[in-house]
Design a protein around this ligand. Structure first.
Ligand code: BGC
Ligand code: BGC
Length: 608
């Protein structure tokens, strides 16, 4: 019997074990094809044609990286155009398309935007995390995207850091408890799925020491001066491991196949070139079999000599490089390094194997494109209900005197003030539609004010003025009316990453004035804070009868009203220590003054 010559190669046969498929495919690859797999490019910096020509392994959308028309269909077309090009290459290896769906697929207009992680840390519900992971994954898959640069498993120790809200908590155990079910929610395929064992690839980030940088240690050049972001984490090895390693260990055990390296240094050494922490600890000790992706242009920071930076990063264990712009220089550099022997072919093969492992696990060779049937899941009622539930559960009641909350629905007159009361962008924060986020009605959802208007009894009068000016509202005798309840929404302007690093977290004078103005026109004052971290408001606290931390709730602002008017109880507890004064910072459970907090970690009034 002659050998059958037409049977498909092993790597294309889904019936074969994936390790056999990886080995078969790797044996067929040229050096250029291998290095292409290790290259990740930002979508505006590469064309589909170039993806094919350079065998690019991955394309990403950075923060705000939407197509010109921000709809599900156009996203799906854009991703498919890159995918199609990759499939037409000699070996037809599909690309991985990655995006930061860190609180829902929030670059996409109309997607469900979940509360940022700080709010989910206040909820502390692993089942909810799994459900959010699943909903996010489905909305991503609708656009053909199967790789999420999430969960963030940073453990922020200093709330002056602009990425505080991306972290669930300052407490390691809480972070681990929430990150793992979220990762499983992303990765677990839905019932009718015929692809691979992983539905959407999760990426715990940023490894290692993220959130531990010392104030003032950030030496970032070229961008605006940062205070903590991308700085130096100064701890002994025992401290570093105890504080930051557990979520990675748990994520690896739960099946993580991709981890992002961190911009920060550890005691002066860049993580992106840290052979010991990447190769020995993560891949060796923890047994991580997936791939390590570098962060945005991060390897450029290793050395002024780009070639040296590439060699150091790859030899330290980086498997895929988020170039993100100038991929040709990267490819040339790594090719030269291999030809000169400064990076071994074994290291290249190891990196490619790890990347292919994730691609096979995703079932990309069988199902490279989006499923048009999923379009309806994007921003669906089910997903929005889930997000609204998360909002309700995330609210932390910090003060409640004179039985102010819950507000009776038949309260005759309610004044509402603050731009955050009617602003989806402010309630969603950074990483929403744009990298830095943006104030305004940037994506569909419900505002806090809409929630209030929907919750009250028909006879209740609600007056909204952004600036808290209610001079035109009079009582029956023609005097300026005094509302029974005033609700002031105080909000931070959106920010992301080091742009949000801030030395002084004291409430702005304008906010303080707004609270004072509203105070004069109501009997009881409720303050709702929309913020990515605790703010210093001790001076204003005496003016408030009630104070609620609502974090960055996302698109479903009406969830705030659900609790204000007593349809649901308060539930959240502080995932971060709340300082009295700015001078106390950094203040957290790990330092001696934590007992002197305004509100300690874990604090949250519950309904009697
Ligand atoms: C991108 C972000 C990225 C940032 C890094 C921005 O232009 O949109 O995704 O994180 O640059 O500096
Ligand atoms: C951020 C990462 C993000 C990447 C891509 C970087 O600036 O640090 O968290 O995944 O950009 O947007």
């Amino acid at each position: 019997m002659p050998e059958p010559t037409t049977s498909p190669p092993i790597y294309k046969d889904p019936a074969q074990p994936s390790e056999a498929r990886i080995a078969d495919l790797l044996a067929r690859m040229t050096l250029a094809e291998k290095i292409g797999q290790m290259t990740q490019v930002e979508k505006n910096s590469v064309t589909p044609k170039a993806v094919a020509k350079y065998f690019i392994g991955s394309v990403l959308s950075g923060g705000g990286g939407s197509p010109p028309k921000n709809t599900v269909a156009v996203w799906a077309e854009m991703v498919a155009s890159f995918q199609q090009a990759a499939l037409e290459t000699r070996l037809g290896i599909p690309i991985l398309y990655g995006v930061d769906a860190v609180h829902g697929h929030a670059n996409l207009e109309g997607a469900t935007v979940f509360p940022h992680n700080i709010g989910l840390g206040a909820v502390d519900d692993p089942d909810l995390m799994f459900a959010i992971g699943q909903a996010t994954a489905v909305e991503m898959r609708a656009t053909g995207i199967h790789w999420n640069f999430a969960p963030v498993v940073s453990i922020p120790q200093d709330i002056r850091w602009g990425r505080t809200y991306e972290g669930y908590s300052e407490d390691t155990t809480l972070v681990t408890r929430l990150a793992v079910p979220y990762l499983q929610g992303l990765q677990t395929p839905p019932e009718n799925w015929s692809g691979g064992p992983i539905y959407v690839l999760a990426t715990p980030k940023h490894y290692l020491g993220d959130g531990g940088t010392a104030f003032g240690s950030s030496k970032t050049i070229n961008i605006q001066p940062f205070l903590l972001d991308q700085g130096d984490t100064r701890l002994t090895e025992a401290e570093l491991r105890a504080l930051f390693l557990p979520p990675y260990q748990a994520a690896v055990e739960a099946g993580a196949l991709s981890i992002m390296a961190s911009f920060n240094s550890w005691n002066g050494d860049k993580l992106h070139a840290h052979h010991y922490l990447l190769n020995e600890v993560l891949k060796g000790e923890l047994g991580f079999e997936g791939f390590i992706v570098s962060d945005w242009q991060a390897i450029d920071q290793i050395s002024d000599d780009y070639d040296a930076a590439v060699v150091a990063a790859i030899n330290a264990g980086i498997d895929m490089v988020m170039t993100p712009y100038d991929y040709k220089t990267f490819i040339d550099s790594l090719t030269r390094a291999v030809n000169e022997g400064s990076v071994s072919i074994e290291r290249i093969d190891d990196a490619v194997e790890r990347i292919l492992r994730a691609k096979f696990a995703l079932g990309l060779f069988e199902q490279p494109f989006s499923d048009p049937a999923l379009v309806e899941a994007v921003g669906s009622q089910d997903h929005r209900s889930l997000a609204r539930q998360a909002v309700r559960q995330s609210l932390v009641l910090l003060k409640n005197e004179h039985r102010t909350l819950p507000v009776p629905k038949d309260t005759p007159l309610i004044f509402v003030a603050g731009e955050g009361a009617e602003n989806i962008g402010l309630q969603a924060g950074g990483w929403t539609i744009e990298w830095q986020g943006k104030s305004g009605m940037i994506t569909p959802g419900t505002t806090i004010l809409e929630g209030i208007q929907a919750a009250i009894s028909p006879g209740t009068q609600v007056e909204y003025n952004r600036f808290g000016r209610f001079d035109q509202v009079f009582d029956a005798s023609g005097q300026p009316a005094i509302a029974d309840i005033g609700i002031v929404v105080i909000s931070e302007q959106p920010y992301a990453e080091g742009v949000g690093d801030q030395a002084d977290l004291t409430l702005a004078q304008a906010d303080s004035d707004l609270i004072a103005r509203a105070r004069e026109r109501c009997q009881k004052l409720v303050v709702i804070l929309l913020s990515g971290r605790p703010l210093v408001l001790s001076d204003q606290l005496p003016m408030m009868d009630a104070l609620v931390a609502a974090w960055l709730p996302g698109s479903e602002g009406a969830g705030v009203a659900d609790v204000l008017f007593g349809d649901y109880p308060f539930n959240g507890r502080l995932p971060y220590t709340w300082p009295w004064t700015n001078d106390q910072l950094p203040l957290n459970i790990h330092n001696a003054q934590s007992g002197e907090a305004l509100f300690p970690f874990g604090f949250g009034l519950l309904e009697e």
